[in-house]
Design a binder for this molecule. Structure first.
Ligand code: HEM
Length: 185
């Protein structure tokens, strides 16, 4: 919001128009559509959970690839979110993507902040309520601006984390190959 002052102004306007200076309760939250869109868009750009892992329950086909039963599949959430095939201008902060009139443009399975399918986050609604109440309290009282100490990019940390995960994955593959060979011997 600091890097996107116009979005911050839209958000503050929504609070002013819909809440009229009163602290929201849970029922008020459903009227704060732009707030919801800002949260979803922030988590699209910087998903708190950057990787999800699943195991195939049966043999299946992913594009042209046949995936055997029991294969471990890693889903790089941030990469999916920043893929231009999934989101137009994927590195730009555009909360409008998540407004109700645009939701149908989001392809199923391309927004994974809370994962998807039967094992998605059970705490999603609770987490969203908490975030919304907290952000309403902040933006009803303050405007946020950049200062010399503001850190706007976490890409370096993300790079280190990705590197760490890559090494971890390589070790996993190495040891599973080793155990397969050992079983055959
Ligand atoms: C912004 C906050 C949160 C985010 C981004 C988030 C994201 C996620 C994601 C991506 C998963 C799937 C992980 C995977 O399958 O590998 C997950 C699972 C889960 N989350 Fe959250 N979560 C949040 C908050 C919460 C809260 C507040 C609770 C509890 C009150 C919660 C409880 C759970 C549980 C129990 C699962 C496992 C569900 C299952 O395996 O069936 N989460 N969450």
């Amino acid at each position: 919001m600091i890097s996107n002052p116009s979005a911050q102004e839209n958000l503050i306007k929504e609070f002013d128009d819909k809440l009229n200076g009163i602290e929201p309760n849970i029922d008020d939250l459903k009227n704060l559509e732009y707030l919801d869109a800002c949260i979803q868009e922030s988590m699209r750009l910087e998903p708190p959970v950057v990787r999800i892992e699943r195991r195939t329950a049966s043999k299946c086909k992913l594009g042209n690839i046949i995936v055997p039963k029991g294969t471990s599949i890693n889903i790089p959430v941030k990469t999916v979110h920043r893929d231009r095939d999934n989101f137009e201008n994927p590195d730009e902060f555009k909360p409008e993507r998540f407004l109700s009139e645009n939701l149908k443009k989001i392809k199923p399975g391309t927004y994974l902040s809370f994962a998807d399918g039967p094992r998605n986050c059970v705490g999603m609604r609770f987490a969203l309520i908490e975030m919304k109440l907290c952000l309403a309290k902040l933006f009803q009282n303050y405007r946020f601006v950049k200062c010399s100490e503001t850190v706007v990019s976490f890409d370096f940390q993300f790079f280190i984390l990705s590197l760490f995960l890559l090494i971890f994955e390589l070790c996993q593959i190495f040891f599973s190959l080793l155990s397969t060979i050992a079983v055959k011997l």
